[in-house]
Design a protein around this ligand. Structure first.
Ligand code: ADP
Ligand code: MG
Ligand code: MG
Length: 248
C-alpha cells in the first residue's frame, strides 16, 4: 500500500531524511518511534506534501502511484489522511463548516454528491456519538480554545468522517493525558481492518500500549535503524534509544 524507498529530504539545504526504506502493507498498522530530532515529523510532512521540504532522493508510492508527484489534495483524494502534531486554530471558521468543507472536497474528487448542512450534521452527529464527543464542538471555531484532548478528538472525528484507506498520525504525546491518548487509540482501533492501514509516529511507547502495532520501526538520524514486532516498543521503553543510536 505505502512503499518508501531510499527517501532523502532536506530543509534549507540541511539533510534531515537520509534514505528511509519502509513498507506498510494494506491492513497493517506500523509505528515509527525515535529520539527527538530524528526526522519523524519531517517524514510526515514530506508524505503530506508540505512546502519547504526538498526531496533529494528515493521514491514513495501509494497503491503503486507516485505519491510525491501528487498535490496534497490529490493525496487525500487517493485515500491518505494526514494529521499533524500542531493542529491549526482557525478563529471565525466554525468547526462544522470546516469539517464539511474537507469532507465535500473529498466527495467531489471521488465524483460523489456533496452533503448539505443538514445531511452533514446527521453524519457528523452519528460519528460524534460513537466517539463520545459533545455536540457543541461543531459550533465552536476550529480548535479555538480546544484543550489538547479536544483537539485530538476533533482530529479523530475528521479522520472518521473522511474514512481514509491509510492514516499517518504524528503524535508527540506531549501535553496529552491518558484520556487524550485513549481517544486517539480508540479512534484508530475503531478503524482497523483489512481496508485500513496506518503509520503512527510517536516518541513514547505509552500510546502503543493502547494501539498495538503490527510492526515498529526506529528512526535515528533520518534513517530506519531498527525494525521489529510490538515487543520492540517495550524494549525501547526499558532500554531507551541509546543502544539503537549507537548501532546506527
Ligand atoms: P522529530 O519529529 O523526530 O523530533 P523533526 O522532523 O521535527 O524530528 O526534526 C528533524 C531535524 O530537522 C531536527 O534536527 C530539526 O531541528 C530539523 N528541522 C525541522 N524543521 C526544520 C526547519 N523548518 N528548518 C530547519 N531545520 C528543521
Ligand atoms: Mg520533535
Ligand atoms: Mg516530531
Amino acid at each position: 500500500m505505502l512503499k518508501i524507498e531510499g527517501l532523502s529530504a532536506e530543509i534549507d539545504g540541511k539533510p534531515i531524511l537520509n534514505g528511509i526504506d519502509l513498507e506498510v502493507p494494506q491492513g497493517e498498522l506500523h509505528a515509527i518511534m525515535g529520539p527527538n530530532g530524528s526526522g519523524k515529523s519531517t517524514l510526515s510532512y514530506v508524505l503530506a506534501g508540505r512546502e519547504g521540504y526538498e526531496i533529494t532522493g528515493g521514491s514513495v508510492t501509494f497503491d503503486g502511484h507516485d505519491l510525491l508527484a501528487m498535490e496534497p489534495e490529490e493525496r487525500a483524494a487517493a485515500g491518505l489522511f494526514l494529521a499533524f502534531q500542531y493542529p491549526v486554530e482557525l478563529p471565525g471558521v466554525g468547526n462544522a463548516n470546516f469539517l464539511r468543507t474537507a469532507l465535500n472536497a473529498l466527495r467531489r474528487s471521488k465524483g460523489e454528491p456533496e452533503l448539505d448542512a443538514m445531511q452533514f450534521l446527521k453524519v457528523a452527529r452519528e460519528r460524534m456519538r460513537a466517539l463520545s464527543m459533545p455536540e457543541d464542538m461543531l459550533k465552536r471555531g476550529v480548535n479555538v480554545g480546544f484543550s489538547g484532548g479536544e483537539k485530538k478528538r476533533n482530529e479523530i472525528l475528521q479522520m472518521a468522517l473522511l474514512n481514509p484507506r491509510m492514516a499517518v498520525l504524528d503524535e508527540t504525546d506531549s501535553g496529552l493525558d491518558i484520556d487524550a491518548l485513549r481517544i486517539v487509540a480508540d479512534g484508530v482501533n475503531a478503524m482497523r481492518g483489512p481496508g485500513f492501514s496506518a503509520l503512527v509516529i510517536t516518541h513514547y511507547q505509552r500510546l502503543l500500549e493502547y494501539i498495538v502495532p503490527d510492526r515498529v520501526h526506529v528512526l535515528v538520524n533520518g534513517r530506519i535503524a531498527k525494525s521489529g514486532g510490538p515487543e520492540l516498543a517495550k524494549e525501547l521503553e526499558v532500554s531507551g534509544y541509546g543502544s539503537v543510536q549507537a548501532a546506527a
